[in-house]
Design a protein around this ligand. Structure first.
Ligand code: FHN
Length: 406
């Protein structure tokens, strides 16, 4: 009898909704080549040549502790790490394949080390698992051959069972790479039932071909109105370590993305692709430290302010909302005065978060906040806390006045 995961989805999602911010880690044999995690596929590297990497990967000890410490410092509350990416190399021990980090290099269970590092920092534990597998002999034949399909789905379910059995509490199963089978082909209902039998509090994303517990927009922030969602984003433009890809996001951009996710009621999963030896690198570490300092001061306006709100684009910033309170995240500081048009509610008070009350005038739908510092208190973004009478909303439209007011 297939369980209906819907029955206790909100119970399982509670911590995730409150978490808001997580660290994604893409790390594998591909990290040694430094040209994206798809390098084996994009450069058509022969399997026998690629497999040699599994004989020489030597990550330094305790590198995951550095990741977890940085994640905690940045205000992240969970991590998701690749346990097996499309290359097929398992970062953990499993009886279903010797192509793994214990039987080959580095002769260590990297997933066990990762789990220990997460827990040492009080972070929730997420496992990324790619269904698609470029190494398994049945990884493609399963499309056309029943015996191959049976072997490959048994392999898949067996390896996921190992992940959900051997590492204590697993908080997220983050599936990916659904090619070349459908949900039916992967036997995804059975897979999810097995996971929930072994890990009754676990949440599962939407990439098994089934709806899952949450949506996963990738490298774009697209709020979903009817269910939980998490936007996963690269720091540059690759998921795996790719030093030739040097266009990294800044702390300013990360905070802007966090504000967008909070305003839409979702999460941000920001990726780092560590170096082959597990080292982190600039500017990921320094930018995340800057984000963390900001989150320490203003995190309430991100973690807690996720009430939906009708709002319009402004060049000086954007809102998050918690009940009758708006946080205007001013990330382009206009100077001593800030004008906001279109607010359809009576303002009661204004202040820079953590600061003194600010004077203001409100005539019709034009609010002007006065007496602000000439320079931004925080150049990354300065949230201005505005309290209103009733439920605040913003409506501007393209005309200078709404038709109803013309
Ligand atoms: O092909 C993968 C890619 O390498 C990366 O893992 C991303 C992360 O969400 N998922 C797939 C592309 O959608």
């Amino acid at each position: 009898m297939l369980k209906n995961p819907m029955t206790d989805r909100e119970r399982r999602l509670k911590w995730f909704r409150d978490a808001r911010f997580g660290m994604f880690i893409h790390w594998g044999l591909y990290s040694m080549l430094g040209r994206h995690e798809w390098v084996m596929n994009r450069e058509r590297i022969p399997l026998k040549e690629y497999e040699k990497l599994a004989g020489k990967w030597q990550p330094k000890p305790n590198c995951m502790r550095d990741w977890a410490k940085l994640a905690k410092k940045a205000g992240m509350r969970y991590m998701v790490m690749t346990t097996k990416h499309h290359e097929g190399f398992c970062l953990f021990n499993t009886k279903h394949t010797d192509y793994n980090a214990v039987k080959r290099s580095p002769g260590r269970d990297l997933v066990a080390e990762y789990v220990e590092a997460c827990r040492a920092e009080g972070l929730k534990v997420g496992f990324y698992y790619s269904l698609m597998d470029w190494h398994h002999p049945d990884g493609v034949k399963c499309m056309k051959n029943d015996a191959s399909w049976a072997r490959f789905t048994e392999f898949t379910h067996g390896v996921v069972r190992d992940l959900c059995t051997n590492y204590g509490k697993v908080d997220i199963m983050w599936f990916d790479g659904g090619w070349p089978l459908s949900a039916e082909g992967w036997r995804s209902h059975e897979l999810i039932n097995m996971i929930l039998d072994l890990q009754p509090d676990c949440i599962i994303n939407n990439r098994t071909g089934l709806e899952g517990d949450f949506g996963t927009p990738e490298n774009r922030i697209v709020p979903e109105k009817t269910r939980m969602w998490e936007a996963c984003m690269t720091f540059n433009h690759s998921w795996g370590y790719t030093p030739i890809d040097t266009n990294y996001k800044s702390a300013w951009e990360v905070i802007s993305m966090l504000r967008q996710c909070a305003a839409g009621g979702g999460n941000l999963l920001l990726n780092i692709g560590p170096m082959p030896d597990g080292s982190l690198y600039h500017p990921c570490d320094t930018e995340l430290e800057r984000v963390g300092r900001w989150m320490k001061k203003y995190g309430k306006s991100i973690y807690e302010a996720t009430d939906p709100m009708e709002q319009e684009w402004m060049i000086t910033g954007a809102f998050t909302r918690k009940g009758d309170t708006l946080y205007y995240h001013c990330n382009r500081w206009p100077g001593k005065e800030l004008a906001i048009g279109g607010l359809r509610c009576k303002i009661l008070s204004a202040k820079i978060m953590g600061g003194a009350a600010l004077k203001f005038t409100q005539k019709a739908d034009r609010l002007v906040i006065k007496g602000m510092p000439e320079k931004a208190p925080d150049a990354l973004s300065t949230p201005i806390e505005l309290k209103f009478e009733g439920e605040p909303r913003q409506q501007l439209g393209p005309g200078h006045r709404l038709l109803s007011e013309a």
